[in-house]
Design a protein around this ligand. Structure first.
Ligand SMILES: CC(C)(COP(=O)(O)OP(=O)(O)OC[C@H]1O[C@@H](n2cnc3c(N)ncnc32)[C@H](O)[C@@H]1OP(=O)(O)O)[C@@H](O)C(=O)NCCC(=O)NCCS
Length: 174
């Protein structure tokens, strides 16, 4: 569990499924993903995220706004499914909580935790060219795009417009 000035990054609870599924069914939130998620897909993803946290002691934590909203989304660091020896930072917040600086605040805490507790040379961040909101968060956190490291996302179907991805790196601070 991590806390910041305004947020709690905590382990998931069963009650998070409802707001998580609502968030992941919102076309605005999922604009840069191949599709929105139905309830079963959200449940499966939540189970996978929880399993990562249980196994590794870190992951995409549930984000709480204490006294205001018990679950506004997730932010954290995790091994990408298809790159188990790397660590990436990730975030997804409900639309009602965009534009308040929460993603950046939560990610800053997650990254600091990662460099303090894991033997990482760097943390990665992956996104599509069109996801400017996500890239804005990355920029504020100090990530830089590695233009030589563009890749095809292995979990997006071949030929899909969202398959080409950009890779951003944040080296361990000296
Ligand atoms: C990507 C995402 C998490 C970004 O959320 P966000 O709220 O825009 O991000 P931030 O936390 O950086 O907040 C943004 C704005 O809040 C504003 N803000 C308001 N109050 C603030 C405060 N107290 N402190 C800091 N910023 C504040 C800032 O102006 C900032 O915008 P700026 O950087 O242009 O100045 C969100 O759009 C999202 O969930 N998208 C869908 C999922 C997704 O695409 N995930 C990533 C896949 S790669």
């Amino acid at each position: 569990m991590l806390s910041t000035q305004r947020l709690l990054l905590r382990p998931w609870r069963d009650e998070d499924l409802e707001p998580f599924a609502a968030m992941s069914a919102d076309p605005a939130v999922m604009e840069h993903f191949p599709s929105t998620l139905d309830r079963a897909s959200s449940e499966a993803l939540m189970t996978r995220i929880r399993a990562h946290v249980d196994r590794h002691g870190f992951g995409l934590w549930a984000v709480e706004l204490p006294g205001v909203a018990p679950f506004i989304g997730y932010t954290g660091i995790a091994h990408p499914l298809f790159w188990p020896d790397q660590v990436e930072v990730g975030w997804r917040l409900a639309r009602a909580h965009w534009g308040a600086g929460y993603a950046t605040e939560a990610a800053r805490a997650a990254i600091a935790w990662g460099f303090a507790n894991l033997p990482l040379d760097e943390i990665l961040s992956l996104t599509v060219a069109e996801n400017l909101r996500s890239q804005n968060v990355m920029r504020k956190l100090g990530f830089e795009r590695d233009p030589g490291a563009d890749f095809e996302h292995p979990l997006v179907p071949e030929g899909h417009r969202l398959r080409p991805h950009w890779l951003f790196r944040l080296p361990r601070p000296r």
